[in-house]
Design a protein around this ligand. Structure first.
Ligand code: 5RP
Ligand code: CA
Ligand code: ZN
Length: 231
């Protein structure tokens, strides 16, 4: 298993890393890029070799600074949505979701082609990188640049990372932030031609055939816990 320093090097070079969550969770592998380096070619790579939902993460602190809510809260407070639809007690692998709103940059056309999604994602990361400049105006500035609904799914990583949730949302955002980059990852699940999610072994084989680094959530959380003095 590569060290986190090797993973950080890959992310800083704009290369993807493959992140498997946990044997007791989704048992899925996501392709992870640092959002600030997303290009149309990288979006194409994600939809060809990942094939799941392409999502972009943001930390909880930044989400609240720009007025970005959890989708669950939006739906729960809407009188248009029946409560029973939001009952997630039968969710097999987690207690809650990290989904937020979907967005498009205002300079996109339909929002879905590689060029449009790359623009939305890279501009979103750039905006987060400049956030401090905007202070109180951050929410208005966000809405001036992006509209919702759109074709990029935003996910919010729980504050403090793994104390509250241990999804790919937290794993990928933690890796990008630890690499010293703008704390937003763009991720997609790897699906196989069998119609199922890739197994860990299939994802590891893809990593070695393509000289990519593969890491498990267990190794990431262990290193995080060491840093917290809980190791
Ligand atoms: C969005 C998802 C994926 O599983 C993605 O990996 C992020 O979610 P999580 O944090 O639950 O792993 O549901 O396509
Ligand atoms: Ca999920
Ligand atoms: Zn996941």
């Amino acid at each position: 298993m590569p060290m986190l320093t090797e993973i950080a090097e890959e992310l800083r070079a704009g290369r993807p890393v493959l992140v498997y969550d946990f044997d007791g969770r989704e048992r899925e592998t996501d392709i992870v890029f640092a959002s600030q380096f997303i290009t149309p070619e990288k979006v194409r790579f994600m939809r060809k070799y990942g094939g799941g939902l392409i999502c972009t993460t943001v930390t909880e602190e930044m989400a609240s600074a720009i007025g970005l809510p959890y989708l669950e809260d939006v739906l729960r407070t809407s009188s248009l949505v029946p409560d029973i639809l939001l009952d997630a007690s039968d969710l097999k692998y987690d207690r809650n979701s990290s989904f937020s709103l979907t967005v498009n940059h205002r300079n996109t056309f339909t929002g879905i082609p590689d060029v449009d999604r790359a623009l939305t994602i890279s501009e979103f990361a750039r905006f987060l990188g400049e956030l401090e400049e905007f202070g109180e105006r951050a929410t208005v500035e966000f809405a001036r640049r992006f509209r919702s609904p759109g074709h990029v799914i935003l996910l919010i990583a729980r504050e403090g990372y793994f104390g509250r949730r241990r999804g790919h949302t937290e794993l990928s955002t933690y890796l990008v932030e630890s690499a010293g980059l703008i704390p937003s990852a763009t991720i997609v699940e790897m699906l196989s031609d069998t119609g199922r999610s890739m197994t860990k072994e299939e994802a590891m084989a893809f990593a070695s055939q393509n000289s990519l680094k593969f890491i498990e959530g267990k190794a990431i959380v262990e290193e995080w816990a060491d840093g917290q003095g809980n190791g």
